[in-house]
Design a protein around this ligand. Structure first.
Ligand code: MLT
Length: 271
């Protein structure tokens, strides 16, 4: 199966992405503070039927960092430029997790013609409350002073369920290694960008493309109630809960998540 890591100059930085397979384009946008490797089970599964594009966002993985603040709009503009450079002209199925979902709203706002469908995993549409903003700024400061090791292990209970921690210890190890391999400046810049993100909760009712919401039943960060509420607002949407999974449902329960995405895409790509 054709699979390669490609580098492109995008909006003044060098951006790295994995491209695999052939067929309709499926864009996989990772969460915070991770990289494209969180999608390995999806890349493996979907590359037989889709052109899978899994970038490392600005400041993450092997892509360049831009210090200061990186907004969700900047990430969306980077993704659009990357698709242009890859000469992907067909509208994409955009699949984003958490921060990848915050970026999805901006991508939909600025580049609606580029979208065929949305798959939103473990995310939310509202902006931060003051307390959340303060916590993000504290975390950014901590990471800049002490490095990603200061947050990596402590993040695990919020990312994956207890059963995943016990039964699939390699997932904790992989998450910790992705977080610790991330540059502090990159983490701080997107953390500040998330703190400043726009509120899309009143706008998502205007999304008129097929949309799938996927959430781990034990997700504490973006709980099922929040995801279900969004699904009632988006007219052409479906909602899917994943058992034995929390915030990182695509890593924790890849078979269930892949099946849900397969069913959704095969219905909507042929309609
Ligand atoms: C993520 O998984 O991307 C984060 O939980 C997003 C956030 O911090 O809000």
């Amino acid at each position: 199966m054709k699979r390669k890591l490609v580098e492109q100059n995008v909006n003044g930085i060098r951006m790295r992405a994995l491209i695999a397979g052939s067929g309709p384009p499926l864009l996989l946008v990772h969460g915070f503070p991770l990289n494209h490797q969180m999608w390995l089970p999806q890349i493996e599964h979907f590359q037989s039927s889709y052109t899978v594009i899994a970038p490392d966002l600005r400041g993450f993985g092997d892509s360049d960092i831009s210090p200061g603040i990186v907004t969700m709009e900047q990430h969306a503009r980077d993704l659009n430029a990357l698709l242009q450079d890859f000469k992907i002209e067909d509208p994409v199925s955009y699949c984003g997790l958490s921060m990848g979902g915050y970026i999805a709203w901006e991508f939909w706002k600025h580049f609606p013609d580029r979208l065929h469908a949305l798959i939103l995993c473990d995310t939310r549409a509202d902006a931060d409350l003051e307390e959340d903003v303060n916590n993000r700024l504290k975390m950014a400061d901590l990471v800049l002073r002490h490095g990603p090791e200061a947050i990596s292990t402590a993040m695990i209970p919020n990312l994956i369920s207890e059963s995943t921690q016990q039964n699939q210890p390699h997932i904790s190890e992989h998450l910790i290694s992705m977080i610790e391999a991330t540059d502090s400046e990159g983490i701080a810049a997107s953390q500040k960008g998330m703190a400043a993100r726009s509120d899309f909760s009143d706008l998502i009712k205007d999304i008129h493309i097929p949309t799938l919401f996927i959430v781990g039943k034990e997700d504490r960060l973006t709980p099922p109630a929040v995801m279900h509420q969004m699904s009632t607002q988006v007219p052409e949407s479906k909602y899917f809960e994943v058992s034995d999974a929390a915030h990182m449902a695509p890593m924790e329960a890849p078979d269930l998540v892949n099946q849900a995405i397969d069913d959704f895409l095969s219905t909507h790509l042929n309609s």
